[in-house]
Design a protein around this ligand. Structure first.
Ligand code: ADP
Ligand code: MG
Length: 380
């Protein structure tokens, strides 16, 4: 009895300013009264799509992970980090808004949602899917060793994850972290590496990457807000990636970094197969790119900017066949230098691989993978 009263008081205090629907309140109430959460404290963020609360765990929340039966187990979680009183972030997806309808395009082409289909009919179901999606994506980031909150417990529309910050104060977003020029350069480097590893190792494109969705914590960049992130073979994945590249670059340029890559260079770095898979190879390649970008005179900077304008508007081919079809259309005509480079390097297709293909032989690894998942989709 007393525990229930305490739980209700805590809940009321923490959520006094936000409207939560009764089912969501009940979930939070149970987390408190059944001793998964010891406290539920202030709201650290009220966004369009979710509220985020600071809370402390009462026992290891991941021990009671409700993954609704269908989700994979969570390798890579470190329960010992979640001693009683561990700080956690409680993200409560809003069940009442229309935003989620807009986001259908993120989910539409996704294999993971093929089976059940996107539940357009019910807000609640939709929001449930977003919470699930964020949870799964966070698991993928953990598996790929990308710095991000550790997913601990999912009870849609509530998602509990590790908290980055001190004494209940969240770590600053990149937007709010005041970074010295040297720091800024290092942070840019980290962000580019994260983007590449997210694409190449976790096979995800963030889809909303910006200074608002990265935290700066102990000199490290933490990726958050991955509910809308998509698989790399989502039909819009490369368009989302290009936009992420542009947003990231824009932020660093605005903050005075003089060694920002062109959008095109960043995109190629993130996707490129020619770079190698070892962290060291990737870091060397990136270091070199950033250094040359820093050495550009105003003349060549202008050229790169013009290049980007074309790149931002270009159609991004997704398959080898598409690349060849497009080149077919251009054959015999004088076409722009930029466009020809676009076709040869995009999606990591190298010239050699294209030649192999026209002789009917090998295809790139990523394409084999993609084709395979297409097959299972149509079979399933
Ligand atoms: P939204 O969909 O509302 O943008 P986010 O996942 O971006 O949701 O979270 C909103 C804000 O909450 C973030 O900008 C950050 O300040 C804070 N936040 C989210 N997750 C965490 C976390 N794990 N640790 C600390 N702060 C967090
Ligand atoms: Mg956000």
């Amino acid at each position: 009895r007393r525990r229930e009263k305490q739980a209700r008081d805590k809940l009321d205090r923490a959520t006094v300013e936000q409207v939560l629907d009764p089912k969501t309140r009940m979930i939070l109430f149970k987390l408190l009264s059944r001793n998964r959460l010891r406290t539920l404290e202030g709201c650290v963020s009220t966004g369009k799509e979710a509220n985020v609360y600071f809370a402390t765990a009462a026992s290891d929340p991941s021990a009671s992970t409700d993954i609704s039966g269908s989700l994979p187990p969570m390798p890579g979680l470190l329960p010992h980090e979640f001693s009683p009183d561990a700080p956690v972030a409680v993200k409560v997806f809003k069940t009442s808004i229309l935003q989620f309808k807009d986001r259908e395009r993120y989910v539409a082409g996704e294999f993971r949602f093929r089976r059940t289909g996107y539940q357009r009919g019910s807000n609640r179901k939709m929001v449930q899917q977003w919470a699930e999606k964020e949870f799964r994506n966070q698991v993928r980031l953990q598996e790929a060793g990308i710095p991000a909150p550790i997913p601990l417990l999912l009870k849609p529309p509530v998602l509990i994850m590790s908290f980055f910050g001190k004494d209940g104060w969240p770590a600053p977003r990149l937007k709010d972290a005041s970074l010295s020029p040297t720091r800024l350069r290092k942070v840019y480097f980290r962000v580019c590496m994260i983007m590449r590893r997210m694409f190449r190792v976790a096979h995800l494109v963030h889809g909303d990457l910006s200074e608002y969705n990265m935290l700066y914590w102990k000199g490290e960049v933490i990726v958050i807000d991955v509910s809308q992130s998509v698989e790399d073979d989502h039909p819009m994945a490369l368009d989302f990636l290009r936009r992420d590249c542009a947003n990231v670059n824009e932020f660093f340029r605005r903050n005075g970094l003089n060694s920002v890559l062109s959008v095109r260079e960043l995109f190629d770095f993130v996707t490129g197969e020619h770079i190698g898979e070892l962290r060291e190879e990737e870091e060397n390649a990136l270091g070199y790119l950033i250094q040359s970008a820093g050495n550009r005179d105003s003349q060549s900077m202008l050229l790169f900017r013009r290049d980007d304008e074309v790149f931002m508007k270009s159609y991004i081919p997704r398959t080898l066949q598409e690349v060849e079809l497009r080149e077919e259309q251009f054959r015999g005509k004088e076409y722009e230098h930029v466009e020809s480079r676009l076709f040869s390097k995009l999606t990591g297709l190298t010239l050699t691989q294209r030649r192999d293909h026209s002789s009917g032989k090998s295809v790139s690894k990523s394409l084999v993978r993609k084709n395979r998942s297409k097959q299972t989709e149509t079979e399933g």
